[in-house]
Each structure stands twice: as structure tokens, then as C-alpha cells.
Design a protein around this ligand. Structure first.
Ligand code: NAP
Length: 294
């Protein structure tokens, strides 16, 4: 074993830490992904998961500087709350009102958000061209906001938001309306949009940004047949098996992808922010696929 790979395996007084804060956090795939990249690069660093409850978030964030942690990822339920605590933020974190990556710059915490860019990276790797097309985003929470920002960056002409609570869809549409390009538009709908042939007939991509299918057994009624044959069905959820949203799409031989690619994309971008260097291509994806058993 050479010195570098030995360093990557042994924890010493010089080992530097990165981490994820979540509640719950035990299920997180991020430690496997980031540690695989450290091992591949021979870096004397470790990525660990801390179970941080909302009441302890502010103290846990202060501990980053106190302990000299290089930085952390934030997952549910901390992303929005952290945006109200950390004053230094990237433009993207401010637009999304949420932070998923905190970088320790010599004791100053800087918040960023890699969710929209992670999704964009995965959609582009699938050769999806959204320019001038319609994207249907299901949901109106933080993940839906990242999907809307991604659709704007990919120059979609129409973004239709479909949510159980229409008023939340309208709120999200109003937030992003000032960012639209000329001749683009953003619309708010209820879940009935998922059976609206006029909307579905134009869709280049339908993105599920809700936990439907995970927290509920069924997905809301959706007229898959009304979409064009090349329409990509993209679920932000990921699992070993196809999700309830993706199964009917796969049954109709439609392009379909789950959120594993977005998780890898946001993770690779976060790794670079936290460590100042990119992970070797494919290493984080391979670690995630091994964890998901596929
Ligand atoms: P959130 O803020 O809690 O938003 C949840 C959304 O789902 C809301 O729009 C909510 O509608 C809707 N919803 C919840 N239960 C529903 C149900 N039974 N029927 C219909 N709609 C329902 O959550 P989030 O942070 O945006 O995350 C959403 C999903 O994206 C999560 O499953 C998360 O794991 C996933 N995600 C994946 C990645 C990735 O890297 N792949 C990254 C971020 C998030 P109402 O407004 O009506 O309540």
C-alpha cells in the first residue's frame, strides 16, 4: 500500500472532516459517495453523518468553525432554516431560499445550493434539450424550486407547476416569474394538470418533486399516454426499484430516470466546493449504485 492510499484509510490527528447534517440522516448515501472519492484521490479526509435536530442546527453550524470542519452538506429538514441563519450566501442559495452546502472559509461560513445545478448536470448528460419546450414540475416545495430554477437555466419556454395545494404552486410561480426570459412563462395548477391533455401534449419533461409513491403507495392520476413519445419522466426520488411515478412510464417504453443522477450531480458539485478539487469522474456514481444495489 502506498503512502497516499494508507492515509486514505487510517484516521490520524491530521485527518480532516466534512459531514452531512440531517434529521433523519442514517439513510444518507452521501458518506459512501464522498468517502469513495476521498479514497480514489488518496486524500486524508473523511465524510461523516451527524444526526442534528432542528433545535440544534444553529449550534451545530457554529461547531463547524470551532472544530475546523472543512464544510458540510445539509439535508431535510435543515436547508431552509440554514438560509435564515447563515448570512454569507451564493446567489443561487438566495434565489432558492435554501442551503445544501456550507463551506468553512477560514472560520466564515458560506452557504451554497447545488440541487438545481446537480439536476441540470444530470438532465444535460441525458441529452435533454429544454430550450423552447414545456416542463411540468410536480410539487411546490424546496425540490420543486430547484427543478424550476433548473428549467429556467435550461431555457424552457413554459414551466407548468402542478401541486396538491394550488396556492403554494402560485407562490412558487410568482417567486420565479422575475427570472424568466422574454416570451417564457410559468403557470400554477392543481394536480388536475396531470390529466390535462393540452399541457401534457407539449411536455418535453415531467419532473416529480414530491414524496408521492414513497409516503403514499400510489401516485396521483397522470395521463402518460397524452405526452409525446420522447417526453422524459424524471423522479427526484430514487430507490433500488423503479418508483410509482416511473413504472407506468417504463411500461410505455418512455424515457425515465430517478433522482440518483441528481444526487450524484449535486454531490459532485458539493465535493468540489468542500475540497477545492473535483472528484474523479464516475466514482461517486459507482458508490451510490453499489449502495442502492444496482
Ligand atoms: P417538501 O418541501 O416537503 O415538499 C413536498 C411537496 O410534495 C409539496 O409540494 C407537497 O404538496 C407535495 N406532497 C407531499 N405529500 C403529498 C401527497 N401525499 N400528495 C400530493 N402531494 C404531496 O419536500 P422537498 O424538500 O421539496 O422534497 C421533495 C422530494 O424530492 C423528496 O422526496 C426528496 O427526497 C426529493 N429530493 C431529491 C433530491 C435528489 O438529489 N434526488 C434532492 C432534493 C429533494 P403540498 O404543498 O400540497 O403540501
Amino acid at each position: 500500500m502506498d503512502t497516499d492510499s494508507q492515509h486514505a484509510r487510517e484516521i490520524s490527528g491530521a485527518t480532516a472532516l466534512t459531514a452531512i447534517f440531517g434529521d433523519p440522516v442514517e439513510h444518507s448515501m452521501s458518506p459512501a459517495m464522498h468517502n469513495a472519492a476521498y479514497a480514489a484521490l488518496g486524500l486524508d479526509r473523511r465524510y461523516v453523518a451527524f444526526h442534528v435536530t432542528p433545535q440544534h442546527l444553529a449550534a451545530a453550524l457554529r461547531a463547524i468553525a470551532a472544530l475546523g470542519i472543512l464544510g458540510v452538506n445539509l439535508t431535510v429538514p435543515h436547508k431552509e432554516r440554514a438560509a435564515r441563519i447563515i448570512s454569507e450566501q451564493s446567489a443561487e442559495a438566495r434565489i432558492l431560499g435554501a442551503i445544501n452546502c456550507v463551506i468553512n472559509r477560514r472560520g466564515i461560513l458560506v452557504g451554497d445550493n447545488t440541487d438545481a445545478r446537480g439536476l441540470e448536470r444530470d438532465l444535460r448528460s441525458r441529452k435533454l434539450d429544454l430550450s423552447g419546450r414545456l416542463v411540468l414540475v410536480i410539487g411546490a416545495g424546496g425540490a420543486a424550486a430547484a427543478a424550476v430554477l433548473c428549467a429556467i437555466r435550461m431555457r424552457a419556454a413554459t414551466i407548468a407547476i402542478s401541486n396538491r395545494t394550488v396556492s403554494r404552486a402560485a407562490l412558487l410561480a410568482r417567486r420565479f416569474a422575475p427570472m424568466l426570459r422574454r416570451r417564457s412563462r410559468i403557470e400554477a395548477h392543481g394536480l388536475d394538470a396531470l390529466e390535462n391533455a393540452a399541457i401534457l401534449a407539449d411536455a418535453a419533461c415531467v419532473i416529480n418533486a414530491t414524496p408521492m409513491g414513497l409516503t403514499t403507495r400510489r401516485f396521483a392520476p397522470l395521463d402518460y399516454a397524452a405526452t409525446p413519445r420522447e417526453c422524459l419522466f424524471y423522479d427526484l426520488l430514487y430507490a433500488a426499484e423503479p418508483t410509482a411515478f416511473l413504472k407506468p412510464a417504463l411500461g410505455r417504453a418512455r424515457p425515465a430516470a430517478d433522482g440518483a443522477g441528481m444526487l450524484v450531480g449535486q454531490g459532485e458539485l458539493a465535493f468540489e466546493l468542500l475540497n477545492g478539487k473535483a472528484p474523479p469522474p464516475g466514482v461517486m456514481e459507482h458508490a451510490l449504485r453499489a449502495r442502492l444495489g444496482r
